[in-house]
Design a binder for this molecule. Structure first.
Ligand SMILES: Cc1ncc(COP(=O)(O)O)c(C=O)c1O
Length: 373
């Protein structure tokens, strides 16, 4: 039995009629940019997150960069975040001339460890940038409390956590601005790149809208600041709106599959993913840890079960970001997690049998590689 990591064709099949009709209309009318699908998507995502403003842009990376610039992150500022993320989280900070200050993650949720934040605050610190990794929110209650106490603000990297909530409050409310990614593999994925900024602040929204079109002010071809070319294509917005009608069901199915994995894999010596109290996990990934991770991945591959490593190398051990830490050993929890983590297939178009089969293969490996923990 084959267990694929993704099945984008099945996603498309569910909404094919709507996508095909919308794409045909876009070509027939040549309404390719910033049209009704952009506006519709912005309204629908704002309403899903109960946030005042949503600004569609052309990637999650741009969403972060624009959100930071629009909230005033600039040269010389420090932004506290972690090294267990996709590179875009810190790349964008560096591109603005600011410095990412990398602190440890919580070994249970893999999100920023609030206890590590306070020691990293300096007079240059301006913001805390938690990543809501693998579909669940970081400990935003503790993070917000620390930020408020030190006169800092929070920015959310919710690239992997659309529709995520903490204590019933969706992502997008915890920070001054929040970036979402619609990269193809995300829970809500475009047919290419796409992203979106959420904010409750009118000024941040207005500045973000300007930054996505080169910093243009209200008057055409008059510029207020140096911006970007970051419009979302109407084709992408149309695809996303069609898939958005299925997102709640797809996320619910991910949750069912996560429960199957957790049941089938309990007591096998693996570290299983844990959802923190108060969080609704959207299960972007189901990530386990095993000390013989590479051998486990190879065994799964032999048995036609896909897997993926998010992330094999922490950000501070990549050449362009090496100056942000003291080399190997400087973030031991993060480094260990990177050596041990493995994400198993979890998406709405897997059957219970496929997930049970994948879990059985993981179990078989664990039993032949028992480790003392
Ligand atoms: C945590 C995180 N931040 C930022 C991004 C950047 O998003 P995009 O790939 O849409 O530019 C991603 C997406 O891969 C991500 O996973």
């Amino acid at each position: 039995m084959r267990v694929p990591f993704l099945d984008l064709t099945s996603q498309y099949r569910e909404v094919k009629d709507r996508i095909d009709a919308d794409v045909a209309e876009i070509f027939a009318t040549s309404a390719f940019v910033l049209g009704k699908h952009n506006r519709g998507l912005e309204e629908e995502i704002a309403s899903l997150h109960r946030v005042k403003h949503a600004i569609a842009v052309n990637s999650g990376t741009d969403a972060l960069r624009i959100a930071m610039q629009a909230t005033g992150i600039e040269c010389g500022d420090e932004v506290i975040t972690t090294a267990f993320s996709f590179v875009a989280t810190i790349e964008t900070v560096v591109q603005l001339g600011a410095r990412p200050v990398l602190v440890e993650i919580d070994p249970v949720t893999y999100n920023v460890d609030p206890a590590a934040i306070e020691a990293a605050i300096t007079p240059k610190t301006k913001a805390i940038l938690p990543i809501h990794l693998f579909g669940q929110l970081a400990d935003v209650v503790a993070i917000k409390e620390i930020a408020d106490r030190h006169g800092l603000f929070v920015l959310e990297d919710a690239a992997q956590a659309i529709a995520g909530e903490r204590d019933g409050v969706p992502t997008g409310h915890w920070g001054r601005a929040c970036g979402i990614s619609f990269y193809v593999t995300k829970n809500l994925g475009a047919a290419g790149d796409g992203g979106l900024i959420l904010t409750n602040e009118d000024e941040v929204a207005e500045r973000s809208r300007s930054l996505r079109v080169h910093g243009m002010g209200r008057e055409r071809y008059y510029y207020d600041e140096v911006g970007y070319t970051s419009r979302m294509a109407e084709l992408q917005a149309a695809v996303l709106r069609a898939k958005l009608t299925r997102l709640a069901d797809w996320n619910a199915r991910r949750s069912e599959l996560a429960a199957i994995y957790s049941h089938e894999l309990a007591g096998e010596g693996l570290t299983l993913p844990t959802t923190a109290p108060g969080n609704n996990n959207t299960w972007h990934q189901y990530t386990v840890r095993h000390p013989h991770r590479d051998a486990l991945a190879a065994f799964l591959k032999e048995n036609e079960v896909d897997s993926a490593i998010y992330y094999p190398v922490p950000l501070h051990l990549h050449k362009p970001y090496a100056h942000l830490a003291q080399g190997p050993g400087s973030l031991p929890v993060t480094e260990r997690v990177c050596q041990e983590c493995l994400s198993l297939p979890i998406h709405a178009h897997l059957s219970d049998e496929q997930v049970r089969f994948a879990a059985a293969k993981v179990r078989e490996f664990c039993r032949s590689h028992a480790v003392a923990r």
